[in-house]
Design a protein around this ligand. Sequence first.
Ligand SMILES: *[C@@H]1O[C@H](CO)[C@@H](O)[C@H](O)[C@H]1NC(C)=O
Ligand SMILES: *[C@@H]1O[C@H](CO)[C@@H](O)[C@H](O)[C@H]1NC(C)=O
Length: 450
Amino acid sequence: MRSFTFAAAALSAAGLVDASSSPSKTLPKLAERASSLPTVTASGNAFWAGKTRFYVRGIDYQPGGSSDAADPLADTDICSRDVKEFKKLGVNTVRVYITDNSKNHDTCMQALADAGIYVIIDANNPLYSINRENPGPSYNTPYLQSVFATIDAFASYTNTLAFFSGNEVINSTADSTLSAPYVKAVTRDMRQYINKRGYRKIPVGYSAADVSQNRMQLADYMNCGSDDERSDFFAFNDYSWCNTDFKTSGWDEKVKNFTGYGLPIFLSEYGCITNGRDFGELAALMNSEMTSVYSGGLMYEYALEANKFGIASIKGSSVSELPQFSKFASALSKNPAPTGDGGFTSTTNSQACPTSDAGWLVSDTLLPAIPTGALAYMSKGAGTGPGLSGDGSQNSGETSTGYASPGSGSSTATASSKNAGPTLMGPMDKSPFVVSLIVFMCTLAGALIL
Ligand SMILES: *[C@@H]1O[C@H](CO)[C@@H](O)[C@H](O)[C@H]1NC(C)=O
Ligand SMILES: *[C@@H]1O[C@H](CO)[C@@H](O)[C@H](O)[C@H]1NC(C)=O
Protein backbone atom coordinates (compact mmCIF):
# COMPACT_ATOMS: atom_id res chain seq x y z
CA MET A 1 0.00 0.00 0.00
CA ARG A 2 1.63 3.15 -1.10
CA SER A 3 -0.44 6.06 -0.11
CA PHE A 4 0.97 9.54 -0.16
CA THR A 5 -0.13 12.73 1.41
CA PHE A 6 0.41 15.85 -0.51
CA ALA A 7 2.07 18.64 1.37
CA ALA A 8 2.32 22.18 0.20
CA ALA A 9 5.59 22.63 -1.59
CA ALA A 10 7.59 25.66 -2.48
CA LEU A 11 8.24 25.54 -6.14
CA SER A 12 11.60 26.29 -7.49
CA ALA A 13 11.55 28.68 -10.33
CA ALA A 14 11.60 27.00 -13.66
CA GLY A 15 13.09 27.42 -17.01
CA LEU A 16 16.69 27.84 -17.89
CA VAL A 17 17.17 27.86 -21.58
CA ASP A 18 18.11 24.50 -22.98
CA ALA A 19 21.12 25.10 -25.16
CA SER A 20 20.44 22.03 -27.25
CA SER A 21 17.17 23.48 -28.47
CA SER A 22 18.64 26.62 -29.95
CA PRO A 23 18.44 26.64 -33.73
CA SER A 24 21.38 25.48 -35.70
CA LYS A 25 22.76 28.13 -38.03
CA THR A 26 23.20 25.66 -40.83
CA LEU A 27 19.56 24.58 -40.88
CA PRO A 28 16.76 26.50 -42.51
CA LYS A 29 14.44 28.25 -40.08
CA LEU A 30 11.64 25.83 -40.78
CA ALA A 31 13.51 22.98 -39.15
CA GLU A 32 13.43 24.80 -35.87
CA ARG A 33 10.97 23.12 -33.50
CA ALA A 34 9.13 21.61 -36.41
CA SER A 35 8.95 18.17 -34.90
CA SER A 36 5.53 16.93 -33.98
CA LEU A 37 3.94 13.56 -33.41
CA PRO A 38 0.71 12.38 -35.01
CA THR A 39 -2.13 13.06 -32.57
CA VAL A 40 -3.63 10.04 -30.83
CA THR A 41 -7.36 9.42 -31.01
CA ALA A 42 -9.66 6.92 -29.35
CA SER A 43 -11.74 4.89 -31.77
CA GLY A 44 -13.55 1.65 -31.04
CA ASN A 45 -11.86 0.14 -27.99
CA ALA A 46 -8.39 1.23 -29.05
CA PHE A 47 -6.10 4.23 -29.52
CA TRP A 48 -4.75 5.25 -32.90
CA ALA A 49 -1.83 7.33 -34.07
CA GLY A 50 -2.99 8.08 -37.56
CA LYS A 51 -4.06 4.69 -38.91
CA THR A 52 -1.71 2.72 -36.69
CA ARG A 53 -2.97 1.20 -33.47
CA PHE A 54 -1.34 2.91 -30.52
CA TYR A 55 -0.27 1.09 -27.36
CA VAL A 56 0.77 2.93 -24.23
CA ARG A 57 4.32 1.72 -23.51
CA GLY A 58 5.07 4.18 -20.84
CA ILE A 59 6.28 5.17 -17.42
CA ASP A 60 4.86 7.26 -14.58
CA TYR A 61 6.92 10.39 -14.09
CA GLN A 62 6.94 12.63 -11.03
CA PRO A 63 10.45 13.27 -9.74
CA GLY A 64 10.19 14.50 -6.16
CA GLY A 65 6.99 12.52 -5.65
CA SER A 66 3.96 14.05 -4.06
CA SER A 67 5.71 15.58 -1.07
CA ASP A 68 7.64 17.96 -3.28
CA ALA A 69 4.90 18.95 -5.70
CA ALA A 70 6.65 20.37 -8.72
CA ASP A 71 5.98 20.35 -12.42
CA PRO A 72 8.80 18.51 -14.23
CA LEU A 73 7.50 19.75 -17.59
CA ALA A 74 7.93 23.38 -16.63
CA ASP A 75 11.62 23.06 -15.81
CA THR A 76 13.91 22.63 -18.79
CA ASP A 77 16.79 21.32 -16.69
CA ILE A 78 14.65 18.60 -15.20
CA CYS A 79 12.93 17.45 -18.36
CA SER A 80 16.04 17.48 -20.52
CA ARG A 81 17.87 15.45 -17.86
CA ASP A 82 15.08 12.85 -17.89
CA VAL A 83 14.11 12.76 -21.57
CA LYS A 84 17.61 11.35 -22.24
CA GLU A 85 16.74 8.49 -19.90
CA PHE A 86 13.31 7.97 -21.43
CA LYS A 87 15.00 7.56 -24.81
CA LYS A 88 17.30 4.93 -23.38
CA LEU A 89 14.30 3.09 -21.97
CA GLY A 90 12.37 3.30 -25.21
CA VAL A 91 9.08 4.43 -23.69
CA ASN A 92 6.52 6.16 -25.89
CA THR A 93 4.47 7.80 -23.12
CA VAL A 94 4.95 9.45 -19.73
CA ARG A 95 2.25 10.25 -17.22
CA VAL A 96 2.75 13.40 -15.16
CA TYR A 97 0.65 13.69 -11.98
CA ILE A 98 1.36 17.28 -11.05
CA THR A 99 1.69 20.12 -13.51
CA ASP A 100 1.58 23.88 -13.06
CA ASN A 101 -1.10 25.42 -15.25
CA SER A 102 0.37 28.91 -14.84
CA LYS A 103 3.65 27.93 -16.49
CA ASN A 104 4.84 27.40 -20.05
CA HIS A 105 5.61 23.87 -21.21
CA ASP A 106 6.76 24.47 -24.78
CA THR A 107 10.37 23.40 -24.40
CA CYS A 108 9.76 20.21 -22.45
CA MET A 109 6.82 19.15 -24.59
CA GLN A 110 8.96 19.73 -27.67
CA ALA A 111 11.85 17.73 -26.21
CA LEU A 112 9.44 14.87 -25.55
CA ALA A 113 7.94 15.08 -29.03
CA ASP A 114 11.44 15.03 -30.52
CA ALA A 115 12.02 11.81 -28.58
CA GLY A 116 8.77 10.31 -29.86
CA ILE A 117 7.08 10.54 -26.46
CA TYR A 118 3.45 11.33 -25.66
CA VAL A 119 2.23 12.75 -22.36
CA ILE A 120 -0.79 11.95 -20.21
CA ILE A 121 -1.65 14.74 -17.83
CA ASP A 122 -3.53 14.48 -14.52
CA ALA A 123 -5.87 17.44 -14.35
CA ASN A 124 -5.77 17.58 -10.56
CA ASN A 125 -3.02 18.61 -8.17
CA PRO A 126 -2.55 18.76 -4.41
CA LEU A 127 -4.45 22.03 -4.05
CA TYR A 128 -7.14 21.51 -6.67
CA SER A 129 -8.87 18.16 -6.44
CA ILE A 130 -12.05 16.35 -5.47
CA ASN A 131 -12.09 15.39 -1.80
CA ARG A 132 -13.41 11.85 -1.46
CA GLU A 133 -14.36 12.47 2.16
CA ASN A 134 -16.61 15.37 1.26
CA PRO A 135 -16.95 15.52 -2.52
CA GLY A 136 -19.91 17.93 -2.86
CA PRO A 137 -18.18 21.10 -1.63
CA SER A 138 -14.97 20.24 -3.49
CA TYR A 139 -16.78 20.15 -6.85
CA ASN A 140 -16.75 23.90 -7.22
CA THR A 141 -15.95 26.75 -9.59
CA PRO A 142 -12.35 27.46 -8.46
CA TYR A 143 -11.57 23.76 -8.76
CA LEU A 144 -12.94 23.52 -12.30
CA GLN A 145 -11.13 26.71 -13.27
CA SER A 146 -7.86 25.00 -12.39
CA VAL A 147 -8.84 21.82 -14.22
CA PHE A 148 -9.80 23.76 -17.35
CA ALA A 149 -6.64 25.89 -17.17
CA THR A 150 -4.64 22.66 -17.15
CA ILE A 151 -6.43 21.62 -20.33
CA ASP A 152 -5.60 25.03 -21.84
CA ALA A 153 -1.94 24.56 -20.88
CA PHE A 154 -1.57 21.26 -22.75
CA ALA A 155 -4.24 21.10 -25.44
CA SER A 156 -2.16 22.65 -28.20
CA TYR A 157 0.64 20.06 -28.14
CA THR A 158 0.27 17.23 -30.63
CA ASN A 159 1.89 14.85 -28.16
CA THR A 160 -0.69 15.39 -25.42
CA LEU A 161 -2.21 11.93 -25.46
CA ALA A 162 -4.94 12.21 -22.82
CA PHE A 163 -6.09 13.78 -19.57
CA PHE A 164 -6.97 12.01 -16.34
CA SER A 165 -10.00 13.47 -14.60
CA GLY A 166 -8.94 11.93 -11.29
CA ASN A 167 -6.67 9.36 -9.71
CA GLU A 168 -7.88 6.86 -7.12
CA VAL A 169 -10.46 9.21 -5.69
CA ILE A 170 -12.63 6.15 -5.11
CA ASN A 171 -10.75 3.63 -2.98
CA SER A 172 -11.56 0.50 -0.98
CA THR A 173 -13.84 2.23 1.52
CA ALA A 174 -17.49 1.93 0.53
CA ASP A 175 -18.17 5.57 1.43
CA SER A 176 -15.62 6.74 -1.13
CA THR A 177 -17.85 5.40 -3.91
CA LEU A 178 -20.17 8.34 -3.16
CA SER A 179 -17.58 10.59 -4.78
CA ALA A 180 -18.00 8.76 -8.10
CA PRO A 181 -20.80 11.06 -9.38
CA TYR A 182 -18.50 14.05 -8.86
CA VAL A 183 -15.56 12.43 -10.62
CA LYS A 184 -17.85 11.48 -13.47
CA ALA A 185 -19.17 15.04 -13.61
CA VAL A 186 -15.59 16.34 -13.84
CA THR A 187 -14.93 13.94 -16.71
CA ARG A 188 -18.07 15.19 -18.46
CA ASP A 189 -17.09 18.82 -17.87
CA MET A 190 -13.56 18.31 -19.19
CA ARG A 191 -14.82 16.65 -22.37
CA GLN A 192 -17.30 19.42 -22.84
CA TYR A 193 -14.68 22.11 -22.24
CA ILE A 194 -12.35 20.55 -24.83
CA ASN A 195 -15.20 20.54 -27.29
CA LYS A 196 -16.48 24.04 -26.54
CA ARG A 197 -13.02 25.57 -26.74
CA GLY A 198 -12.52 24.05 -30.17
CA TYR A 199 -9.58 21.84 -29.19
CA ARG A 200 -8.99 18.54 -30.91
CA LYS A 201 -10.74 15.60 -29.28
CA ILE A 202 -8.14 14.79 -26.63
CA PRO A 203 -9.31 11.68 -24.75
CA VAL A 204 -10.43 12.12 -21.12
CA GLY A 205 -10.83 9.32 -18.59
CA TYR A 206 -10.36 8.31 -14.98
CA SER A 207 -7.45 6.44 -13.37
CA ALA A 208 -8.92 4.00 -10.86
CA ALA A 209 -7.53 2.10 -7.91
CA ASP A 210 -7.84 -1.62 -8.52
CA VAL A 211 -10.31 -2.59 -5.81
CA SER A 212 -12.08 -5.95 -5.93
CA GLN A 213 -15.20 -4.61 -4.17
CA ASN A 214 -15.89 -1.98 -6.79
CA ARG A 215 -13.69 -2.80 -9.81
CA MET A 216 -16.44 -3.65 -12.29
CA GLN A 217 -19.06 -1.29 -10.84
CA LEU A 218 -16.77 1.71 -11.14
CA ALA A 219 -15.69 0.78 -14.67
CA ASP A 220 -19.29 0.31 -15.73
CA TYR A 221 -20.36 3.52 -14.01
CA MET A 222 -17.80 5.58 -15.93
CA ASN A 223 -19.14 4.12 -19.17
CA CYS A 224 -22.88 4.22 -18.56
CA GLY A 225 -25.55 6.75 -19.40
CA SER A 226 -25.71 9.28 -22.18
CA ASP A 227 -22.74 9.95 -24.45
CA ASP A 228 -21.96 13.31 -22.88
CA GLU A 229 -21.55 11.61 -19.50
CA ARG A 230 -19.34 8.71 -20.57
CA SER A 231 -15.54 8.70 -20.69
CA ASP A 232 -13.28 8.29 -23.70
CA PHE A 233 -11.34 5.46 -22.01
CA PHE A 234 -10.92 3.70 -18.69
CA ALA A 235 -7.64 3.15 -16.84
CA PHE A 236 -6.68 1.50 -13.59
CA ASN A 237 -3.65 1.02 -11.39
CA ASP A 238 -2.87 -2.68 -11.16
CA TYR A 239 -0.29 -4.18 -8.81
CA SER A 240 -1.29 -7.82 -9.00
CA TRP A 241 1.37 -9.29 -11.30
CA CYS A 242 4.21 -9.52 -8.77
CA ASN A 243 6.52 -11.57 -10.99
CA THR A 244 3.94 -14.28 -11.55
CA ASP A 245 2.10 -14.99 -14.79
CA PHE A 246 -1.05 -14.25 -16.71
CA LYS A 247 -3.19 -16.70 -14.73
CA THR A 248 -1.70 -16.45 -11.24
CA SER A 249 -1.95 -12.66 -11.36
CA GLY A 250 -5.62 -12.87 -12.24
CA TRP A 251 -5.05 -10.86 -15.39
CA ASP A 252 -6.73 -13.59 -17.44
CA GLU A 253 -9.94 -12.98 -15.52
CA LYS A 254 -9.64 -9.24 -15.88
CA VAL A 255 -9.32 -9.64 -19.63
CA LYS A 256 -12.41 -11.82 -19.62
CA ASN A 257 -14.42 -9.45 -17.45
CA PHE A 258 -13.47 -6.37 -19.45
CA THR A 259 -14.14 -8.01 -22.81
CA GLY A 260 -16.87 -6.03 -24.52
CA TYR A 261 -16.35 -3.04 -22.21
CA GLY A 262 -16.69 -0.75 -25.19
CA LEU A 263 -13.85 1.75 -24.64
CA PRO A 264 -10.04 1.67 -24.71
CA ILE A 265 -8.56 0.36 -21.44
CA PHE A 266 -5.00 0.64 -20.22
CA LEU A 267 -3.08 0.33 -16.97
CA SER A 268 -2.31 3.78 -15.59
CA GLU A 269 0.12 2.19 -13.12
CA TYR A 270 1.62 -1.28 -12.95
CA GLY A 271 4.82 -2.76 -11.58
CA CYS A 272 4.41 -4.68 -8.32
CA ILE A 273 7.76 -4.99 -6.50
CA THR A 274 6.95 -8.11 -4.50
CA ASN A 275 8.90 -11.25 -5.61
CA GLY A 276 11.49 -9.26 -7.54
CA ARG A 277 10.70 -7.55 -10.76
CA ASP A 278 11.30 -8.66 -14.33
CA PHE A 279 8.48 -6.68 -15.90
CA GLY A 280 6.80 -9.78 -17.29
CA GLU A 281 3.72 -7.57 -17.40
CA LEU A 282 4.94 -6.21 -20.72
CA ALA A 283 5.03 -9.61 -22.41
CA ALA A 284 1.39 -10.08 -21.41
CA LEU A 285 0.29 -6.55 -22.32
CA MET A 286 1.79 -6.76 -25.79
CA ASN A 287 0.47 -10.27 -26.40
CA SER A 288 -2.69 -11.16 -28.29
CA GLU A 289 -4.10 -12.60 -25.05
CA MET A 290 -4.57 -8.98 -23.93
CA THR A 291 -4.49 -6.67 -26.93
CA SER A 292 -8.10 -7.16 -27.90
CA VAL A 293 -9.08 -5.50 -24.61
CA TYR A 294 -6.05 -3.56 -23.33
CA SER A 295 -3.94 -0.85 -24.92
CA GLY A 296 -0.77 -1.17 -22.86
CA GLY A 297 0.17 0.54 -19.64
CA LEU A 298 2.44 2.78 -17.63
CA MET A 299 5.05 1.32 -15.33
CA TYR A 300 5.19 2.90 -11.89
CA GLU A 301 7.61 4.67 -11.77
CA TYR A 302 10.67 6.49 -13.07
CA ALA A 303 12.14 8.34 -10.11
CA LEU A 304 13.14 6.49 -6.96
CA GLU A 305 11.23 7.69 -3.92
CA ALA A 306 10.81 6.32 -0.40
CA ASN A 307 8.33 3.71 -1.65
CA LYS A 308 11.11 2.06 -3.71
CA PHE A 309 9.19 1.75 -6.99
CA GLY A 310 11.50 4.02 -8.96
CA ILE A 311 14.14 2.77 -11.38
CA ALA A 312 16.30 5.90 -11.48
CA SER A 313 17.94 7.53 -8.50
CA ILE A 314 18.15 11.28 -8.96
CA LYS A 315 20.42 13.80 -7.27
CA GLY A 316 20.28 17.26 -8.76
CA SER A 317 21.38 17.02 -12.37
CA SER A 318 22.68 13.48 -12.11
CA VAL A 319 20.69 10.33 -12.67
CA SER A 320 21.89 6.91 -11.72
CA GLU A 321 20.14 4.00 -13.32
CA LEU A 322 19.20 1.24 -10.89
CA PRO A 323 19.40 -2.43 -12.00
CA GLN A 324 15.66 -2.36 -12.75
CA PHE A 325 16.22 0.39 -15.27
CA SER A 326 17.91 -1.92 -17.76
CA LYS A 327 15.46 -4.72 -16.95
CA PHE A 328 12.59 -2.45 -17.91
CA ALA A 329 14.39 -1.25 -21.04
CA SER A 330 15.03 -4.81 -22.08
CA ALA A 331 11.42 -5.86 -21.41
CA LEU A 332 10.29 -3.01 -23.66
CA SER A 333 12.64 -3.96 -26.47
CA LYS A 334 11.86 -7.69 -26.19
CA ASN A 335 8.14 -7.01 -26.36
CA PRO A 336 7.49 -4.51 -29.14
CA ALA A 337 4.03 -3.21 -29.91
CA PRO A 338 2.24 -5.82 -31.98
CA THR A 339 1.69 -5.09 -35.64
CA GLY A 340 -1.83 -5.21 -37.02
CA ASP A 341 -4.95 -4.22 -35.13
CA GLY A 342 -4.46 -6.47 -32.09
CA GLY A 343 -7.99 -7.84 -32.41
CA PHE A 344 -9.62 -4.58 -31.35
CA THR A 345 -13.36 -3.90 -31.55
CA SER A 346 -14.22 -1.22 -34.06
CA THR A 347 -17.35 0.08 -32.36
CA THR A 348 -17.78 1.56 -28.92
CA ASN A 349 -20.60 0.73 -26.56
CA SER A 350 -21.84 1.75 -23.14
CA GLN A 351 -22.46 -0.45 -20.11
CA ALA A 352 -25.53 -0.67 -17.90
CA CYS A 353 -25.17 1.52 -14.81
CA PRO A 354 -24.33 -0.67 -11.80
CA THR A 355 -26.84 -1.37 -9.06
CA SER A 356 -25.88 -0.44 -5.53
CA ASP A 357 -24.65 -2.99 -3.03
CA ALA A 358 -22.53 -3.08 0.12
CA GLY A 359 -19.39 -2.08 -1.77
CA TRP A 360 -20.99 0.34 -4.22
CA LEU A 361 -23.25 2.92 -2.61
CA VAL A 362 -24.27 4.95 -5.67
CA SER A 363 -27.90 4.20 -6.42
CA ASP A 364 -28.65 7.12 -8.70
CA THR A 365 -27.43 7.73 -12.23
CA LEU A 366 -27.90 11.50 -12.17
CA LEU A 367 -24.81 13.69 -12.05
CA PRO A 368 -24.36 17.04 -10.36
CA ALA A 369 -24.77 20.00 -12.69
CA ILE A 370 -21.71 22.09 -13.34
CA PRO A 371 -21.53 25.13 -11.02
CA THR A 372 -22.77 28.23 -12.86
CA GLY A 373 -19.46 30.08 -12.67
CA ALA A 374 -17.62 27.15 -14.18
CA LEU A 375 -20.18 26.88 -16.96
CA ALA A 376 -19.18 30.37 -18.03
CA TYR A 377 -15.63 29.13 -18.74
CA MET A 378 -17.03 27.03 -21.56
CA SER A 379 -17.61 30.17 -23.60
CA LYS A 380 -15.02 32.60 -22.26
CA GLY A 381 -12.18 30.21 -21.41
CA ALA A 382 -10.71 29.48 -18.01
CA GLY A 383 -8.20 32.33 -17.99
CA THR A 384 -4.94 32.24 -16.07
CA GLY A 385 -4.50 29.08 -14.04
CA PRO A 386 -3.78 29.26 -10.30
CA GLY A 387 -0.68 27.09 -10.62
CA LEU A 388 0.61 25.13 -7.66
CA SER A 389 0.66 27.95 -5.15
CA GLY A 390 -2.89 29.23 -5.35
CA ASP A 391 -5.39 29.30 -2.50
CA GLY A 392 -6.62 25.78 -3.19
CA SER A 393 -10.18 24.88 -3.96
CA GLN A 394 -11.49 22.38 -1.47
CA ASN A 395 -14.39 23.77 0.53
CA SER A 396 -14.12 27.07 -1.23
CA GLY A 397 -16.22 28.60 -3.88
CA GLU A 398 -19.50 28.12 -5.60
CA THR A 399 -20.73 24.53 -5.77
CA SER A 400 -23.29 22.63 -7.80
CA THR A 401 -26.91 23.49 -7.14
CA GLY A 402 -28.62 20.41 -8.53
CA TYR A 403 -28.60 17.66 -11.06
CA ALA A 404 -27.72 17.97 -14.70
CA SER A 405 -30.24 16.69 -17.15
CA PRO A 406 -28.71 13.54 -18.55
CA GLY A 407 -28.58 13.03 -22.26
CA SER A 408 -28.24 16.72 -22.80
CA GLY A 409 -27.04 15.26 -26.04
CA SER A 410 -23.41 14.81 -26.77
CA SER A 411 -20.40 16.49 -25.31
CA THR A 412 -21.32 19.48 -27.43
CA ALA A 413 -24.35 20.17 -25.31
CA THR A 414 -24.17 22.16 -22.13
CA ALA A 415 -25.36 20.33 -19.07
CA SER A 416 -28.09 22.34 -17.47
CA SER A 417 -29.03 22.51 -13.87
CA LYS A 418 -32.25 20.92 -12.75
CA ASN A 419 -33.07 21.88 -9.21
CA ALA A 420 -36.07 19.67 -8.73
CA GLY A 421 -34.14 16.52 -7.92
CA PRO A 422 -33.46 15.23 -4.44
CA THR A 423 -30.25 16.27 -2.79
CA LEU A 424 -27.10 14.65 -4.09
CA MET A 425 -25.53 14.65 -0.70
CA GLY A 426 -24.61 11.18 0.50
CA PRO A 427 -24.01 10.14 4.10
CA MET A 428 -20.44 11.40 4.00
CA ASP A 429 -21.53 14.86 3.05
CA LYS A 430 -23.71 15.15 6.10
CA SER A 431 -21.07 14.18 8.58
CA PRO A 432 -19.01 16.90 10.19
CA PHE A 433 -15.82 17.44 8.34
CA VAL A 434 -12.60 18.79 9.60
CA VAL A 435 -10.08 20.20 7.23
CA SER A 436 -6.57 19.36 8.22
CA LEU A 437 -4.16 20.86 5.76
CA ILE A 438 -4.16 19.32 2.35
CA VAL A 439 -4.28 15.74 3.47
CA PHE A 440 -6.92 14.67 1.03
CA MET A 441 -7.55 12.23 -1.69
CA CYS A 442 -4.44 12.69 -3.65
CA THR A 443 -3.01 9.24 -3.63
CA LEU A 444 -0.18 9.31 -6.10
CA ALA A 445 0.33 5.63 -6.33
CA GLY A 446 -2.10 2.77 -6.43
CA ALA A 447 -3.08 1.03 -3.30
CA LEU A 448 -2.48 -2.68 -3.28
CA ILE A 449 -5.92 -3.99 -2.65
CA LEU A 450 -6.50 -7.52 -3.74
C1 LIG B 1 -9.49 5.49 1.46
O1 LIG B 1 -10.05 6.73 1.74
C2 LIG B 1 -10.26 6.98 3.12
C3 LIG B 1 -10.97 8.30 3.22
O2 LIG B 1 -10.23 9.33 2.65
C4 LIG B 1 -8.91 6.99 3.84
O3 LIG B 1 -9.12 7.21 5.21
C5 LIG B 1 -8.24 5.64 3.62
O4 LIG B 1 -6.95 5.67 4.19
C6 LIG B 1 -8.15 5.33 2.15
N1 LIG B 1 -7.70 3.96 2.00
C7 LIG B 1 -6.73 3.62 1.18
C8 LIG B 1 -6.42 2.18 1.13
O5 LIG B 1 -6.12 4.43 0.49
C1 LIG C 1 -15.03 -11.25 -12.92
O1 LIG C 1 -16.43 -11.40 -12.93
C2 LIG C 1 -16.91 -12.41 -12.05
C3 LIG C 1 -18.40 -12.56 -12.31
O2 LIG C 1 -19.04 -11.32 -12.21
C4 LIG C 1 -16.57 -12.02 -10.62
O3 LIG C 1 -17.04 -13.00 -9.72
C5 LIG C 1 -15.07 -11.88 -10.49
O4 LIG C 1 -14.75 -11.41 -9.20
C6 LIG C 1 -14.55 -10.90 -11.51
N1 LIG C 1 -13.12 -10.90 -11.47
C7 LIG C 1 -12.39 -9.80 -11.42
C8 LIG C 1 -10.92 -9.99 -11.40
O5 LIG C 1 -12.88 -8.67 -11.37
